[in-house]
Design a protein around this ligand. Structure first.
Ligand code: AFP
Length: 341
């Protein structure tokens, strides 16, 4: 019997234990972040169960409403937004909430207010629900400047000011990936325990990858650097092997694979969408934060993604993120294009 392996199997590092351990490094900490995270985890567990039962519970199908982006809302989108808003408000630790599903930010009533602002996409990749492809929740956390007088500026901050970011992927297993600014850690839900257990400590993205991930259907509208980069992935001139293409169309799943296997995920600007498609606050920033924490990079085509200062809560931006060396290549192509202009 392997006693060492057995000891590892029985010493379960739950996500709560992990965050409490982190908290103990800061004697002045009041435990507010741990409480907030517990409420986010509750929302993720609820959604994991709802996603798994979606077909059975007849949750699939249109709810008959349209969200702020003009997209049809599915019943699960409506449900997930309600679940997260209620979980976050009831934590008593939040102040401003920005959800992909709500046009306006939610300012928590003073009696329930705390110090944190949470920006989130409760169910990203929802067009994939009906065919059972992995979908997920993405979140980022900021600290409010003055909890008595919160303003929209508290969430219109560059991504580098985020305190923490993460996502939960509802796939073949339910995986929560979190960074509080000290590396990236992955926790997998053990359904029999109802607990997220640390299964992927200190995730580091490979320095260079063999996969590129982009919606090639938009190729005719791409700008020069994106087109050149993808051409290089397919027909490298330096004698290296071509990269493989993998694209799920669900950001959480595409980024999760990129984080674990390396490579690059691109959602560039194109002629039809000059600002790209993905939303800065609750897609681009949290994923860029995780990539940098894992040793990768995130670039908008103009600058480091986390330096971007959003002016609107539902703003969009092009994004190129993944392995350090792969992002370096696209940065060089944009720099060369800039010199030509
Ligand atoms: P949906 O929520 O409408 O499925 O959009 C998903 C998403 O916001 C993101 O998760 C994907 O990376 C991206 O859009 C896919 O966009 P395309 O369908 O244009 O490739």
């Amino acid at each position: 019997m392997d006693h060492a392996a057995d000891a590892h199997r029985t010493d379960l590092m739950t996500i709560t234990r992990y965050v409490l351990n982190e908290q103990s490094k800061y004697p002045e900490s009041r435990g507010d972040f741990t409480i907030l995270l517990n409420h986010i985890v509750l929302g993720c567990k609820f959604l994991c169960s709802a996603v798994n039962k979606a077909g059975l519970a007849k949750l699939i199908g249109l709810a008959g409403e349209t969200n702020v982006q003009g997209e049809e809302q599915k019943k699960l989108d409506v449900l997930s937004n309600e679940v997260f808003i209620k979980a976050l408000v009831s934590s008593g630790r939040t102040c401003i909430l920005v959800s992909e599903e709500d046009e306006e930010a939610t300012f928590v009533e003073p009696s329930k207010r705390g110090r944190y602002c949470v920006v989130f996409d409760p169910l990203d990749g929802s067009s994939n629900i009906d065919c059972g492809v992995s979908i997920g929740t993405i979140f980022g956390i900021y600290m409010v400047k003055d909890s008595h007088e919160p303003t929209l500026d508290d969430v219109l901050q560059p991504g580098k000011h985020m305190l923490a970011a993460g996502y939960c992927m509802y796939g073949s297993s339910c995986t929560l990936v979190l960074s509080t600014g000290e590396g990236v850690h992955g926790f997998t839900l053990d359904p029999s325990l109802g607990e997220f257990i640390l299964t992927h400590p200190d995730i580091k993205i490979p320095k260079k990858g063999k996969i590129y991930s982009v919606n090639e259907g938009n190729a005719k509208n791409w700008d020069g650097p994106t087109a050149k980069y993808v051409e290089k992935c397919k027909f490298p001139k330096d004698g290296s092997s071509s990269k493989s293409l993998r694209y799920i169309g669900s950001m959480v799943a595409d980024v999760h694979r990129t984080l674990l296997y390396g490579g690059i995920f691109l959602y560039p600007a194109d002629k039809k969408s000059p600002n790209g498609k993905l939303r800065v606050l609750y897609e681009v920033f949290p994923m860029s934060f995780l990539m940098e924490q894992a040793g990768g990079q995130a670039f908008t085509g103009k600058q480091r993604a986390l330096d971007l200062v959003p002016t609107k809560i539902h703003e969009r931006s092009p994004i190129f993120l993944g392995s350090y060396d792969d992002v370096e290549e696209i940065k060089a192509l944009y720099a060369a294009e800039g010199k030509k202009e």
